[in-house]
Design a protein around this ligand. Structure first.
Ligand SMILES: [Fe+2]
Length: 183
């Protein structure tokens, strides 16, 4: 879907590798502390089988997928940062802090991709703002996404500001405009 965007391909490759590393280290952690029920390979294959049917992206989904990716990575960074703050067990807190750092880097990569999109074609701003207003955590495409802090105002404010800086317009103004157009 983003094969013609060299930066996007590089950033998404890094995200995939590091995302797998997060899964691997957390699974290993749970195995070492003896958490039950342990995650099994059969369970993972089952998830993948279900998602073969559920997840289908087309070329038209490009901007919404990029926005959902960027915002989801940003919120993942905050999720793990809050886990690190809340964890009573020091090894888990340390792991969560490392993972948060990775997620924030992935989000920065996403913002870079969106900036490139706007630099190439200013008319895409409207699509980005629309997608931001309709944000859906892309993790929800495949599983139930956990929450570490409800209505994390700091996280929401930062992601909105960063997106507005790229688009040069207010997300809230667009909402009103879109509402007025529709009514
Ligand atoms: Fe990530």
């Amino acid at each position: 879907m983003v094969w013609d965007d060299v930066d996007a391909c590089s950033i998404l490759q890094v995200e995939q590798f590091e995302g797998f590393r997060h899964f691997w280290v957390l699974r290993r952690y749970l195995d070492i502390v003896g958490y039950e029920p342990a995650i099994t390979d059969e369970e993972l294959v089952g998830h993948r089988e279900r998602n073969l049917e559920n997840v289908r992206y087309t070329a038209e989904d490009r901007i919404p997928v990029l926005v959902n990716f960027t915002w989801s990575e940003h919120f993942a960074g905050y999720f793990f940062m809050r886990v690190a703050e809340q964890a009573k067990e020091p090894v888990l807190a340390k792991l969560a802090k490392f993972i948060a750092g990775d997620e924030f880097r992935h989000a920065e990569g996403g913002f870079r991709i969106l900036q490139n999109v706007v630099n190439r074609d200013k008319s895409k701003v409207k699509d980005i703002v629309k997608a931001a207003n309709e944000f859906r955590h892309y993790g929800n495409d495949v599983t139930d996404v956990p929450i570490s802090l409800n209505n994390d105002f700091d996280a929401i404010l930062k992601v909105v500001k960063k997106t507005q800086r790229i688009c040069g317009v207010s997300l809230a103004d667009f909402s009103l405009e879109a509402y007025e157009e529709a009514s």
